[in-house]
Design a protein around this ligand. Sequence first.
Ligand code: 8GP
Length: 814
Amino acid sequence: MFTDWQAFRAAFLNQLQSMHGKSLEEASPEDKYTALAVMVREYISNAWVQTNKHYENKGEKQVYYFSIEFLIGRLLGANLLNIGVRSEWEKWLAELGIDLNQLENEEPDAGLGNGGLGRLAACFLDSMASLQLPCHGCGIRYKYGLFEQKILDGYQVEHPDNWLKNGCMWEIRKFDKAVQVKFGGTVWSEEKNGKLVFHHDNAQTVLAVPYDIPVIGYQNSTVNTLRLWSAETVQEDFDLLAFNQGNYVKAVEYKYSIESISEILYPDDSHYEGRVLRLKQQYFLVSAGLQSIVRRFKKKHGSILDFAEKISIHINDTHPAMAIPELMRILMDEEGLSWNEAWQITKNTIAYTNHTILPEALEKWPVDIMKSLLPRIFMIIEELNKQFCSHLWSHYPGDWQRIASMAIIADNYVHMAHLAVVGSYSINGVAKIHTNILKQDVMKNFYHFYPYKFNNKTNGITHRRWLLKANPDLARLITNSISPSWIYYPQYLSTLLRYSEDAAFLEALDKIKETNKMNFANWVHNKYGITIDGSSIFDVHVKRIHAYKRQLMNALRILELYTRLKENPNLEMVPRTFIFAGKAAPGYFLAKRVIKLITTLAAVINNDSTIQGKMKVLFLENYSVSLAEMIFPAADVSEQISTASKEASGTGNMKFMMNGAVTIGTLDGANIEIHEEVGDDNIVIFGLTAKEVMNYYQNGGYRPWELVQSDTRLRKLLDQLVNGSLPVPREEFRVLYDSLVNSDEFFVLKDYAAYVEAQEKIDMLYRDNSRWNKMCLSNIAHSGKFSSDRTISEYAIGIWKAKPVVIGDILEPY
Ligand code: 8GP
C-alpha cells in the first residue's frame, strides 16, 4: 500500500489526528496502537468484503467451527505478519521513534479461553485462513475473559479481566445481523394440514448481536470471519416493561439478567459445572450461530435439502452439542421439513471433536434443568434418545446394560458426549493415543456401533505465531538457511537436518537461544527484581495447574534437589532456573495449594545465598498468550509430565519443540508422536505407560503408603511438607501430603524415581553443548508435523470435504 516511508508517515499522522485529535508528540502509546490497528483494518477491509462475496457467489462448501472458547490473544502483531508488512512497518515506525513491540503491548490480550481447547481453536482459525479454506469461527463475545491472576503472599488471587473496557479494535458490530434466541416458556403443538406445528409461548427472548473479527490468511488475500455473539435485550421488551409497570429497577434487573449470558467465561478447563448460566451460554451460541448460517444459506441457495452438502458444522468438544437438536428444530419448525429429512441433514452436517477423557469433565445436564430452560430442545433430544435406543435394541436385543450405557438420556441426565456421537458424522480425538483410548475404552460401545465415524486428528499449532512471530531470530536463521518455503510448507523444516553436523549452524542456534534467554532474564529482572543466570538450564513448566499435569511432582523434585544441595554445596549440577506459570480454577483448592508450594519454594531457594545461585524458582503471574510467546523461545527444557493417558494431546509440548526445547515427558498425548518424530536420542521419556496406569485404575489403584513406608528417600521428602521445615504454618501443605500418601490418584510417587533419573539425564546431556544443540536442531526440524496447517488440511480433506478457495490478489487497502 505505502510505496515509501513518506506515504506511511502521512497516513499514520493523519490517522492519529482524525481519531484522537493529536499530533505525534501528543499521542499516547495507546493512541498510536489504535491508529495503527485502524490502518491494518483498512488495509484488509477490501479483501474481507471480497472474500465474503466470493464465498457467497461461488457456493463452495462453508465450514463453521463452533467453540465456547477462542483464546486469540493479541492480534496486531499477528495481523501485520500475515499481511506481510510487519518488518517494513516496524522499520518505518522506528524512524518515527516508535517501537512496534511496545505498541503491540498496548493491546489487551483477548483471553476468551481457558487453555488448550481455546488456543487450539485460535490456531485453527489462522491455519484455515492461511490455507485459503472457507472456514469461520463462531463463539461468544465474553465481556470478561479468563480472570487475571495475581500472586499475593504466594497465593493465587483472581481479578476480573475487563478486556473490553477500552473497546476492541478488531471487531465490527453487525446489528442488522442480530437474531433472537428463546429460553424457557412452554411449547405446545397443533396439527395443521397433517403436520405438527409447534408454538413457543411466554419465552424469554434474548437478542444475539454478532461482532465480527477478521481472520487474515498468511499473505494470500483470504480474510475469514470469527463471529462472536453478544447477548442484549430485545429493545421493545426492555422499554415496555419499564413503561407499563413503571418499575425501572425491575427493568434494569431484567436487562442485566439477559446480558449476563455473555458476561463471563467460565474459568474451568477440566471440570464441568452444571450451572444454568453455562447451559444458557451454550444454547445461546448454537442457536444464534445456526440461525445466522441457515439465513445466509437460504439467501444464496435453492433448497434447504442441500444444506449438508454445502455446510459443515464442527463442534469443539460437547459445549456446542446442542447444535444437533437446534438444527433439527430450525429445519423442522421453521423450514417445515419432516423429522427424517431434518435428521438426515443434521447427522451429515455436524462433526465432533473430543478433547478429554477426564470423567469429571464430561458434560451431563440434569433433565429438569434442560426441560424448563429449553423445552423444545429437550423434546427433540427425548425423541432422538427414543429412536436411538430402539435402534440399539434391534442390534443388541436384550443387552440392557449396553443400551443404558449408550443412551443419550440416562439416570435423569442428558449425556452430551452421547448426543454428540449420535448426532454427528465424524468423531475425532486429538492425538493417536487419545483416539485409541476413546475407541477402546471411554467410547468402546459407540466405536463398536459406529466404527466408521471415529478418526484421529492430532493437534497442531500455528507455526506463524509460535515461531515466525514469537522467535524472529530463529525464524530468520531458518529462512536464511533453507529458504522461506517452510512458512508455507512447515514440513519442509525437516531439511534443517542437513545442518546436524554443521558446527557454524549449531553455534548460531546456540547464540539465538542464549539471546532469547538473556532477553527473558532481563524481563524477569525488571518485573520481579529477581536475577536469573542466563547460562543456567531454563526448565519450564507452563500450563493450567492441575493434579494430572503433575506440577507437584516437579515441585517435589525441586525440594529434594535443594535439600541435597544444602547438604552438599559442591554437588555437581548444571545451574537450573525452574520456571512455572499457569492458572488454577478458582474453586480448585488442591491446585491452588500447589501454587503456594511453588511460591514458597521460590521464596526459600531464591533467597538462599549458600547454594551459590545454582537454583532459582520462578512462578510467573497471569499466564497468557502474550506471556507464552515470550517464554517458549527462551526454554531449554519442556516439562510434559502428565500421568500417562490423561493429557489428550497437549499443544504446549509442540510450541516448545518448535522453538528448540528438549522435552522431558511421559508417553502421553502428543508426546508419543513427538517421540516418534525425533527418536529416542532427542527426547527424555520416563514413567508408567498409559496401559500400566489404566491397569492400575481397573484394579483399584495402588497403595502409595506402602511405597512411602519402604522408600526412605520418599518418606523424608514428603515429611518436609509437613514437619515445619518450610516457612509456612505446619498444616499448610497437609492436603498435598495426604492426597499423595492416601491415594496418589495421579501416580506422582509411583513415577517419582523415574522422573528424578530422567532429570539427571537432562543434566548430563546439557553438559555436552554440541550434543544438546543437535537435540535442539532435531526438535525444530521435526516440528513441521505439529503445525496446525497439517492438522487443518486433515480436517478439511478427511472430515469437512472442504476445498481451498483462491480469492485473488486483492490484499489492498481502501
Ligand atoms: C484439552 C486437553 O486437555 C489437551 O490435552 C488438548 O491439547 C487440548 O484440549 C486441545 O485439544 N482439553 C480441554 O481443554 C477440555 O477438554 N476442556 C473441556 C473440559 C472443558
